[in-house]
Design a protein around this ligand. Structure first.
Ligand SMILES: [Fe+2]
Ligand SMILES: [Fe+2]
Length: 166
């Protein structure tokens, strides 16, 4: 009876799993290049996407479905910060588009709680889009200084005596 909802929820799980993998990949590489603030942003967002997987999985199980833990694609091995942020923005944009459509579909299937779940995800994905888009604005405004500042932030922290860091 809830087959359509279960299918949509599993498509969202695939999307979220790919986001977790992609953002963790960006997290490692920003960290490796010394971009501490961006590295933390990708890590924090990956954790939020993991929590989305959990919410979706709980709903699938409630509807007596199986959670298909299959990521929706391959991780793109980008190393340039601008390319990372552009991919992240486009991933969030397509999630917003899909989840809006799937909220409507769930409503048409008379499944109000799945609709509500997709609408909550739209809120989060729009916020994610906005945070990445702001970083692109910063990059455009400050150019290479933007990246240099991120590295300086790390050096300052590493130079602090133990126990005095925030
Ligand atoms: Fe998400
Ligand atoms: Fe997101």
């Amino acid at each position: 009876m809830h087959e359509k909802s279960i299918e949509l929820l599993n498509r969202a799980v695939a999307d979220e799993l790919l986001a977790v993998h992609q953002y963790m990949y960006f997290h490692f590489h920003c960290d490796d290049q010394g971009y501490e603030l961006l590295s933390a942003l990708f890590r924090r967002t990956a954790i939020e996407e993991m929590m989305h997987v959990e919410t979706l999985a709980e709903r699938i199980l409630f509807l007596k479905g199986e959670v298909e833990m299959i990521p929706g694609g391959e991780v793109q091995k980008l190393k340039s910060v601008r390319e990372m942020l552009e991919l992240a923005c486009s991933m969030e944009e397509s999630s917003v588009k899909d989840y809006n459509l799937w909220a409507n579909e769930s409503s048409a299937n008379a499944d109000a709680n799945t609709k509500k779940l997709f609408e909550q995800l739209v809120d989060d994905e729009e916020r994610h889009y906005d945070q990445y888009d702001k970083e692109i604005d910063n990059l455009e405004q400050f150019g290479s200084q933007y990246l240099a500042l991120q590295s300086i932030e790390r050096s300052k922290r590493m130079a602090m005596p133990p126990g005095t860091g925030a």
